[in-house]
Design a protein. Structure first.
Lengths: 316, 330
């Protein structure tokens, strides 16, 4: 937290220095997202900046401004500063946390801005004009269905959870629903905090504890990297599948190459921020109706459609 | 009268030194016994090798921290520093690999060591010359190192070049006569550190500064130099840990080494080093690092603890380990 506050202080200064908008009649779309502190948020930052660049070039009447914040409180300050120092026609926000951001976003809404909420919903859905999110339940469910199918409805699984949050709970719930009715058995389920190191250790321990494991589900690709390394070290041959989730480029590369242990992937793409920014721009530039909510599917990524989810230049 | 009063405390003190040093090892032995009862697989050669190898990173960094803490300092930046050094090392190796091939690995190790020493020198100088409380000074550099690694990786991952990966792998996964290399490295570091702390003039000065800075200064010890050296030793230890760490996952990310500083300080204190300075125990620190890793391992191997309560049970075990250590001193 303290470390975050230090960075926050720097960012706020940078924000203030940015100054007022250059052309007054331009429509300003402010984008507020978490700072890049792990793979997925790094992807969000990458795609948000890419969208800003593309839209600013394509539509001279629109200016997209991207601000990153390292914590919920810094994000509140950032959007307050932005609305205080410049006219804001729309706010695209991926909130750090639902509770803390609800009231500040409402204040901005009351000033007349178009509000687009991404990924994590606010506590009061009536604030948003547009909601764009992925489907965490499907991430778990589709992975589970794949395993049920490929293992012939029978086998021993171990699962690695992330950080205790709604996102993690939804994925796990989807997975458990997916294996319901089959003879797949979850031998063990523990938290590894979406961290490769912790996943590596946890997988070593799973391997020491269980002599027969048919498949591993890591619920996130950072963790999958650690899992794969532990399996490789053990030299064990019983593990048929090790799957992740989110769509990290290293894992998509494996899928494209037809890897035997990781043949599929489920997306929870950080590029959804790009979808949200483009739709918001369409509201102003194209006069196209976009109010509503858009839930991106989490279909299985296989060798055939991997290209669609592959971003070689993204850090994630 | 005076003689009578002085004698018993001295006797007690002599007695307590022997047992006080055994404390962390008793706690470790107790933990191993419990582990065996919970799940006999705990004592399988494979599991023990895995866990002790994993404890090497925290162990090596904690050996450095033993110097800093026993000299009355503190270093919160070690986790971020480890990530930063890892990042610098990987980027350097990837840059030179096309020209020099696998010679990039020893060069990378040298770069890591130099970076670590420079980071330690920075911490030590801020604390001593800048006269800033170690807690605040290293909290500052902790933020700096963490931001630098995040910047270097664009918030994502920097992975080691494929051409180097297989050649470097044995440094973590290889073994000599069945003993994994990271264990040998940490034993080597511990031997050197124990010699320096217990047998050299520098070691005695380090502890003297931690026990009482003013007295040390009046007896002609350069407190500044002793303290800076402690931070430099810490930096070198972090670099050695980073060198063993890189081949494990072959990448640096902004979450590498997150919260290692707390594990390091816990290992040092479980090992019997006084957090306020003036007492350092190298082998205790090594035992402390192994204890921490055993606890985490035990949580996974037992079926009793709910996944939601793991951290609480770990906390209780750490406190009990401290109590065993404390009681054995009486």
């Amino acid at each position: 937290m303290l470390r975050n506050s230090l960075i926050a202080a720097g960012l706020t200064t940078a924000l203030l220095a940015a100054g007022p908008a250059s052309a007054a009649e331009k429509k300003i779309i402010a984008v507020s997202i978490p700072a890049a502190d792990h793979g997925w948020t790094a992807g969000v930052v990458y795609h948000a900046n890419a969208a800003a660049k593309e839209i600013n070039k394509a539509f001279p009447g629109i200016e997209v401004v991207v601000k990153t914040s390292p914590s919920a409180s810094a994000q509140v300050s950032a959007i307050e500063d932005m609305s205080a120092t410049r006219k804001m026609d729309a706010l695209v926000i991926l909130p750090h946390s639902s509770e803390e951001l609800t009231t500040p976003v409402k204040t901005i809404k009351e000033k007349g801005a178009f509000i687009t909420v991404v990924d994590r919903g606010l506590n009061d859905p009536s604030i948003q004009d547009l909601y764009v999110a992925g489907d965490n339940i499907a991430v778990g469910f589709n992975t589970a269905k794949f395993l049920v199918d490929k293992l012939g409805g029978k086998g021993n699984l171990v699962v690695l959870r992330g950080i205790p949050t709604v996102i993690d709970d939804e994925r796990i719930k989807g997975f458990q629903d997916g294996i319901k009715g089959s003879d797949l058995k979850i031998l063990d389920i523990q938290y590894a905090n979406w961290n490769s190191d912790e996943a590596f250790k946890l997988m070593q321990d799973y391997l020491a504890k269980y002599p027969q494991i048919d498949a591993v589900w890591a619920n996130d690709d950072d963790m999958l990297l650690g899992v794969l390394e532990a399996i490789k070290q053990s030299g064990r041959k019983d593990i048929k599948f090790a799957l992740g989730g989110n769509g990290m480029k290293e894992i998509i590369e494996k899928v494209k190459a037809g890897d035997a242990m990781t043949p599929v992937e489920t997306p929870y793409p950080p590029s959804m921020i790009k979808t949200a920014i483009y739709l918001t721009a369409a509201h102003f530039a194209g006069h196209a109706p976009v109010r509503g909510s858009l839930k991106l599917d989490a279909p299985l990524i296989t060798k055939d459609n991997a290209e669609e989810y592959y971003f070689p230049d993204s850090p994630f | 009268m005076a003689d009578v009063a002085a004698a018993p405390p001295r006797a007690q003190q002599n007695w307590s030194i022997g047992w006080g040093d055994a404390g962390p090892f008793l706690a470790l032995a107790a933990l191993v016994a419990i582990g065996y009862l919970v799940n006999p697989d705990f004592l399988s050669a494979n599991n023990i090798a895995n866990v002790v190898t994993r404890s090497a990173f925290i162990g090596i960094i904690a050996i450095g921290a033993t110097f800093v803490i026993s000299s009355g300092g503190l270093d919160l930046s070690v986790g971020s520093m480890a990530a930063f050094i890892t990042g610098v090392m990987i980027l350097f190796m990837n840059t030179v690999a096309p020209n020099v091939g696998t010679a990039a690995i020893p060069l990378g190790m040298a770069v890591a060591l130099v970076t670590g020493i420079a980071c330690g020198l920075l911490n030590g100088t801020i604390v001593t010359v800048g006269r800033i409380e170690p807690f605040i000074a290293t909290l500052g550099t902790m933020g700096i190192f963490r931001a630098l690694i995040t910047y270097m990786t664009d918030g994502g991952t920097v992975a080691i070049d494929r051409s180097l990966r297989e050649a470097y792998r044995p440094v973590y996964f290889g073994d000599v006569l069945g003993v994994p290399i990271p264990i040998l490295v940490s034993l080597g570091v511990a031997l050197v550190a124990a010699y320096v702390l217990y047998r050299t003039r520098y070691g005695r000065r380090c502890v003297a500064v931690g026990a009482n800075e003013d007295v040390a200064r009046y007896s002609g010890i350069s407190v500044t130099r002793v303290r800076i050296t402690a931070y430099v030793i810490q930096g070198a230890c972090v670099a050695i840990a980073a060198i063993c760490y890189v081949p494990r996952l072959g990448a640096a990310t902004p979450t590498t080494g997150l919260l290692w500083e707390l594990q390091v300080i816990t290992a040092v204190v479980i090992g019997g080093t006084a957090l306020r300075g003036g007492r350092g125990r190298i082998w205790g620190t090594v035992a402390g690092a192994v204890i921490l890793e055993f606890i985490a391992n035990l949580m996974v191997l037992s079926d009793v603890v709910s996944e939601y309560l793991v951290a609480a049970v770990q906390g209780v075990i750490i406190i009990i380990a401290m109590l065993i250590q404390r009681m054995s001193k009486r």
